[in-house]
Ligand binder design. Structure first.
Ligand SMILES: O=C(O)CCC(=O)C(=O)O
Length: 263
């Protein structure tokens, strides 16, 4: 993790890292996505917000993409243990971090609703940002890979930068986006980039209503090795896992987890 990435992630609670995937890798991930069933969930994530409502719910994979048949699992397995992401997670979650849940696809076509802002509202021992002894320590964090371009005004991922460290709950009109007080930021990111964000950040999704292009983001959620936000995995779902992939599925525990990405 570079000094600039540390600075921005600590300051904002997220950082966008561009050009992590090549154009060919983005294409392979989109081809693999096109070959598998995507189902639209019923609309409802916008709750009763007039600012977030739209006709349809977002599209999601029916199967875990890490278990797709070869070669279609490969782009997602590459993302799971990408060296750039591993180096960042070793810094912010600590050595021995684990895959908590995911990967999950978010696909939005024109007319897809947004998602009420969430995260960071109260003390939550599973989602946090702490700084001591010269380094960050975080709870649940996300690597959100961008398979399509997101431009200013398109919608999609949005957050209140810095809110992972804020002390007051955002007012209700802010989390519903009905009056965002100018503090909500739509995150712009080209295809091939990865957004690393802390789940303690107040974040959500703006509706996708302004562009005919679609949005595809695939989210991997990681926790420190001792912590499980979701139900711990019973086993690695990949039938032919590498040692690095297996390590990410070890049970949560304070010590003794296999470290990955260490020289
Ligand atoms: O990328 C998005 O649209 C939002 C994702 C989100 O809210 C989450 O992962 O908790």
């Amino acid at each position: 993790m570079t000094e600039q990435e540390k600075f921005l992630f600590d300051l904002w609670g997220y950082v966008v890292i561009e050009n992590v995937l090549s154009a060919d890798e983005v294409t392979s991930a989109n081809v693999a996505t096109d070959h598998h069933q995507i189902t639209n969930r019923p609309a409802g994530l916008a709750q009763n917000s007039s600012a977030l409502k739209a006709e349809s719910g977002r599209g999601e994979f029916q199967l875990n993409p890490l278990t797709f048949e070869h070669p279609y699992c490969q782009p997602f397995r590459h993302m799971l243990v990408h060296p750039k992401v591993i180096s960042i997670l070793n810094e912010i979650l600590g050595v021995g971090f684990r895959l908590d849940h995911g990967p999950g696809l978010i696909q939005m076509e024109k007319g897809t609703e947004g998602h009420w802002l969430h995260g960071g509202m109260t003390f939550d021992p599973s989602q946090y940002h702490h700084f001591s002894h010269g380094r960050m320590s975080c709870g649940l964090c996300v690597a959100a890979w961008q398979l399509t371009d997101v431009q200013p005004g398109d919608g999609g991922f949005a957050c209140i930068p810095g809110s992972h460290k804020s002390n007051y709950r955002p007012p209700q009109p802010v989390v519903s986006l009905e009056n965002d007080l100018g503090c909500v930021h739509q995150v712009v990111a080209p295809a091939g980039s990865v957004i690393i964000f802390n789940e303690a950040l107040v974040h959500g999704t703006l509706p996708w209503t302004r562009t005919d292009k679609f949005r595809r983001s695939i989210l991997f959620k990681y926790s420190p090795g001792f912590l499980s936000w979701g139900s711990p995995h019973t086993k690695c779902p990949i039938t032919d896992p590498t040692p690095e992939e297996s390590a990410l599925y070890e049970p949560p525990r304070r010590t003794g987890r296999t470290a990955i990405g260490q020289a």
